[in-house]
Design a protein around this ligand. Structure first.
Ligand code: NAD
Length: 376
């Protein structure tokens, strides 16, 4: 079993899909690790550290030659995978909805594409869940980004010269990123409130010591679809939510938006008119900016100022903490493949009827077979 670890080609991508720690662990299971030179450079891992862990470091062609599995963070150009074995697994975040045509190309190239972001949200797969591991750190970083753009302090401070009031922080979307954003903003001393369409998050918000902001009186707004994900809301709900949020938002200093609906553009949560009601100097961080954005006027890769309010739209927020996010991502990949490891053949066996395998497998035998992609 040869595992190839690619150097990312997307200029935005700073993470790497293996670390010396996971390389060592795979080698202990009987695998050979081949790492493309420079793969870990932007995550603070040198080629020498990979070599010390027992991996062979080389150019892409050497690394891919006869590989049984190819690890990446973002899906590479299908044409660049020449040399890997027929039917080799390509394991990474392959953006199946956004890069649908590329998935077809992986099928044509005879690669078995395994999309880690399609990992089922089940207990058994928690340690393999890249969305959680990466979102967690994004939620943390979003608060730090907000703090550094904000021209005031977060905590209330009582000084001899007078009192500085605490920043009012509002988190919209309380999934993994939102929960971490709430916790981080609380740690910094902010006065935190939060909202979501899923009623179940109310308890979680309260348990973190923040205030839930919820539309209470509109029928049918459980907002939870399969796998615990959000569903698109009724027009009636959206209107009621917008009214509640409008009143609340005008009083906030910092707003962090994290709302996503899998396979669809991110829901629009904040309009330009709502931004105009905020105090100049306030900051909005849009973590959904790359999926279409929760905030009107947010622009991927930019900090835009509208009505005196800064709208922060950093791309690839997990990549802004590349050392930690790579370490967790690499462990997610290890936890996934090692769970299916066959001691005798010293490689994973992925049963086609397993819920996890069915969830992540996009292509097999030259065809796109994933249920979630059918009809897309
Ligand atoms: P996500 O990134 O898909 O979305 C972020 C949040 O935005 C969600 O909480 C969603 O409800 C919310 N949202 C969507 N539309 C909104 C709107 N219009 N207004 C306000 N909020 C809106 O979410 P996620 O972090 O991937 O979590 C999704 C679900 O999976 C959650 O229920 C989470 O608890 C669950 N989860 C389960 C496991 C597990 O059991 N293994 C692991 C991680 C997450």
């Amino acid at each position: 079993m040869k595992i190839a670890v690619l150097k990312e080609t997307d200029p935005q991508e700073t993470r790497v899909s293996a670390t010396p720690e996971t390389a060592k662990k795979f080698i202990a299971l009987g695998a050979d690790m081949a790492v493309e030179a420079g793969a870990g450079a932007q995550a603070g891992i040198s080629d020498a550290e990979f070599a010390e862990a027992g991996a062979k470091v080389g150019e892409r062609g050497q690394v891919l030659a006869d590989a049984d599995a190819v690890f990446c963070v973002r899906g590479p150009d299908p044409d660049s995978l020449g040399g890997a074995k027929a039917g080799a697994w390509l394991v990474g975040t392959l953006d199946p909805f956004g890069q649908r045509e590329r998935v077809d190309s992986y099928a044509k190239a005879g690669v078995e594409a395994l999309a880690m972001e399609f990992m089922p949200r089940i207990t058994r797969a928690q340690s393999m869940d890249v969305l959680s591991s990466q979102s967690n750190l994004s939620g943390y970083k979003a608060v730090l980004d907000a703090a550094s753009e904000y021209g005031r302090a977060f905590p209330m401070m009582m000084t001899a010269a007078g009192t500085v009031s605490a920043a009012k922080v509002f988190v919209m979307g309380v999934g993994v990123a939102g929960l971490q954003a709430i916790a981080t903003a609380r740690r910094l001393g902010g006065q935190v409130s939060a909202t979501d369409v899923r009623a179940a998050t109310k308890e979680q918000i309260l348990s973190l010591g923040a205030k839930p902001i919820f539309v209470e009186e509109v029928a049918g707004i459980e907002g939870e679809g399969t796998g615990g994900y959000a569903t698109e809301m009724s027009e009636e709900y959206q209107k009621a939510q917008a009214e509640l949020v409008s009143a609340h938002i005008a009083k906030q200093d910092i707003v962090i938006t994290t709302a996503l609906i899998p396979g669809r553009p991110a829901p629009r949560l904040i309009s330009d008119a709502q931004i105009a009601t905020m105090k100049p100097g306030s900051v909005i961080v849009d973590l959904a900016v790359e999926q279409g954005g929760n905030v009107e006027g947010a622009s991927p890769g930019e900090v835009v100022v509208k009505h005196g309010v800064k709208i922060v739209g950093h791309r690839n927020v997990p990549g802004r903490l590349a050392a930690d996010t790579s370490s967790l991502y690499a462990r997610n990949l290890y936890n996934f493949l090692s769970a299916f490891w066959d001691e005798e053949t010293k490689k994973p066996v992925l049963p086609e009827d397993d819920e996890i395998v069915q969830g992540v497998t996009l292509t097999r035998g030259g065809a796109v077979i994933n249920e979630r992609l059918k009809g897309s």
